[in-house]
Design a protein. Structure first.
Ligand SMILES: [Zn+2]
Length: 183
């Protein structure tokens, strides 16, 4: 089910504004197959859309909170997304035959396509949420990661020296064999 839908007949050349709430349950399902989860509050998606012939120019602005996981210590990292995107939607039949998945760009007009008589903006909102999240989110630049308690640390001789422990020899052989198989 799509939530952010513009009906083409509602649009004209002057343009209209929409103000959608981005509910937490929408965030949760949109982010289900990502590393992110929904934040603690609803977000906002404001849209200005105008129609020229069969083309629809959409300017969308997303403000929402998503939660990432710190790459070092695995703690939650709240991320406030505040991004705008412009896209020109054309009818589906105008999509070029050889069009590939195009990466969304913030600094230019993105080409998108719509089917039927409505423009579905759910994918745009999702893209904007994902764009603002760093590849390796950190709870703070100074994060030192998970502190391993003294009694759980491996003894120096296992990982410390450059000479592999003899007990690891069978594993190293196995790894060698596997690597060869891949070649
Ligand atoms: Zn951290």
């Amino acid at each position: 089910m799509s939530t952010f839908v513009l009906q083409i007949p509602d649009l004209d050349e002057v343009g209209r504004d929409w103000n959608f709430a981005i509910r937490r349950d929408w965030l949760a399902s949109a982010l289900a197959d990502t590393e992110l989860t929904a934040g603690t509050k609803d977000g906002r998606f404001t849209v200005h859309a105008q129609r020229t012939g069969t083309d629809v120019l959409v300017q969308g602005h997303v403000e929402a909170e998503v939660v990432a996981t710190c790459a070092r210590c695995l703690r939650d990292v709240p991320i406030n997304v505040d991004l705008a995107l412009t896209a020109l939607y054309s009818p589906e039949h105008m999509r070029p035959q050889d069009s590939e998945e195009i990466h969304v760009r913030l600094d230019e007009v993105n080409r998108e396509y719509y089917g039927g008589s409505e423009v579905v903006l759910d994918p745009m909102v999702r893209e904007l949420l994902l764009l603002d999240v760093p590849m390796k989110p950190l709870c703070s630049d100074a994060c030192e990661g998970i502190a391993v308690p003294e009694h759980l640390r491996p003894p120096e001789e296992v990982f410390g020296g450059s000479v592999p422990d003899s007990r690891l020899a069978p594993l190293l052989k196995l790894k060698e064999a596997l690597t060869k198989n891949e070649e």
